[in-house]
Design a protein around this ligand. Structure first.
Ligand code: ADP
Ligand code: LRH
Length: 491
């Protein structure tokens, strides 16, 4: 029997069917759809009802194919949420974490509550778009969401609510709010009080693998499908992606490579010391009571936005084309720090890259290929920096780096990452989050004994491509130039 994973990435969503055949995992992409944010006036929103529609389309496709589903689960990007009113209806359209309404909100909160207090209570990195700062911004704006809302649901919680009628929050995503205390295993009532946020907005927290409910009668009637169990997966997509890392050793380094690049290691307990705070690492909740000690890197978002800008100008390039053009461009012509604040909001990324280069005394890359090359090389070099920080913070030495996510289809980036870190890269699977989502459902249903058994099955079921480091000297020199130009060594 098949199970179904809905994985909603920041750039696209997909429904993956999974089956176990003789201990091996077979997957099939049943449905894929764009996830385009919608700008309305000054505001940037997620089209959450369209996403719900696409989930229903996925269920209909399964029905039309005569597939009997045993269960389903949803995972998505973190930090964003919607509010339900007293009548159980969604109030407004959820904001996109890149909406500018949070500008200055983190700084305002940190003037009132020291960063050390927030970190000691949550272990979460300081990102300006964390749920905590979004809520602070809404409070300052006297938003009707807060005045009329009775329940806060993260994006997958919300979609799961539409399907089941049950309002739960899920653990891995809950931790990304920066309002959840991993030491008490509950929402941090004191932090909520200090911020003037209602404890009652936050509900019971389900662990990945807990049953969250069943497709409710109205959904079954509308679609003409039987009711099936809906599980809480690791509903934060990065949690699902790391669940799918085909590691053999308990201590491993990973890079979940999609719109964002998330790099770090899995730990049994959150690392909440001064160094972790200073380096701005995070401890996001994971599967099987683990935590992800990691750092966000801006990732392929920058090339996605360049591509969008070029499309606006009437020049359409596929990702494989951009990779080919990057390959043909001059090496190490310019460097950017992908994590510069300039690159966070949507917009004309080629101009911002030029602006960054001028600011740092570099000749801006001009051609499409050299812009793409600057992005990919700079990402690979930033990966080295963060991997070294991960080793320092965790006290581990990693023999190589596991890469999962759509970005591994960029073979140049995988090779350059290996060159930059001077270690092998093991790339696969590309659909990490969806496969991790499936794995948690199978563990919940007893098909795998635990996460390590699931990881073994993933290793045996999907190709993992190894990249060995090349041109070590050249990349070492480039790293020194990169660090000097971007100033990251002083971080
Ligand atoms: P998300 O889940 O965050 O939406 P994905 O994991 O699907 O993102 O990764 C999307 C990224 O993967 C794209 O931005 C693009 O850079 C890269 N990518 C996808 N397909 C290819 C391809 N065929 N060749 C090179 N890069 C690709
Ligand atoms: C990746 C991701 C990441 C978060 C960001 C908002 O999709 O979930 O882990 O930091 O989106």
């Amino acid at each position: 029997m098949s199970i179904l994973a809905f994985d909603l990435g920041a750039s696209s969503g997909r429904a993956l069917l999974g089956r176990l055949v003789g201990g091996k995992i077979e997957v099939e992409e049943l449905h894929r759809f764009p996830n385009d944010p919608v700008q309305v006036g000054d505001r940037l929103h997620w089209d959450v009802l369209r996403l719900y529609h696409e989930i229903k389309q996925g269920l209909l496709k399964a029905k039309h194919r005569g597939i009997t589903l045993k269960s389903m689960a949803i995972d998505s990007w973190a930090v964003d949420f919607g509010f339900l009113g007293k009548d159980g209806e969604l109030i407004g359209n959820p904001y996109h974490y890149r909406d500018r309404h949070t500008e200055g909100a983190m700084e305002n909160v940190l003037e009132r509550i020291p960063a050390s207090v927030i970190f000691a209570r949550t272990g979460i990195q300081f990102l300006p778009f964390n749920t905590i700062y979004q809520l602070a911004a809404l409070k300052q704006a006297n938003s009707p969401w807060l005045n009329n809302g009775v329940r806060l649901l993260m994006i997958p919680d919300l979609l799961r609510y539409f399907l089941t009628g049950n309002t739960h929050n899920e653990f891995t995503n809950a931790t990304t709010t920066q309002l959840f205390n991993p030491l008490t295993g509950d929402w941090d009532a004191e932090l909520l009080r200090l911020l003037g946020l209602e404890r009652s907005w936050f509900g019971e927290v389900l662990k990945p693998g807990q049953l969250a409910g069943y497709l409710q009668a109205s959904v079954c009637e509308e679609l003409g499908v039987p009711s099936i169990p809906v599980y809480a997966a690791a509903e934060h997509d990065t949690g699902s992606a790391v669940a799918a890392v085909p590691a053999t050793e308990k201590s491993f380094a990973y890079l979940s490579c999609g719109t964002w690049s998330l790099m770090g290691t899995e730990v049994d307990k959150p690392v909440m010391n001064e160094l972790a705070q200073k380096l701005n690492f995070t401890n996001e909740g994971g599967v099987a009571d683990t935590y992800r000690l990691l750092k966000n890197i801006m990732g392929l978002w920058i090339i996605q936005e360049c591509r969008r800008e070029w499309e606006r100008e009437g020049l359409s390039h596929s990702f494989p084309e951009l990779v080919r053009m990057a390959n043909d461009a001059r090496p190490f012509a310019a460097y950017i720090d992908p994590d510069d604040d300039l690159f966070l909001p949507p917009g004309d990324m080629p101009s911002r890259i030029a602006e960054y280069c001028r600011r740092t005394g570099q000749q801006p890359p001009e051609t499409t290929g050299s812009i793409a090359r600057t992005i990919f090389e700079s990402l690979a070099l930033k990966y080295r920096y963060v991997l070294e920080l991960t080793e320092r913070l965790s006290g581990q030495r990693f023999g190589g780096l596991h890469m999962v996510g759509g970005g591994i289809q960029n073979e140049l980036l995988c090779q350059w990452t290996s060159n930059a870190i001077g270690k092998p890269v093991w790339a696969g699977p590309a659909e990490g989050s969806a496969i991790g989502n499936l794995a948690v459902q199978w563990i919940a249903q007893g098909d795998f004994a635990n996460i390590w058994e699931a990881r073994r099955a993933i290793r045996e079921s999907f190709p993992v491509k190894t990249y060995e480091p090349e041109e070590g000297l050249r990349w070492n020199e480039a790293y020194a130039d990169f660090a000097r130009t971007t100033g990251i060594a002083q971080a």
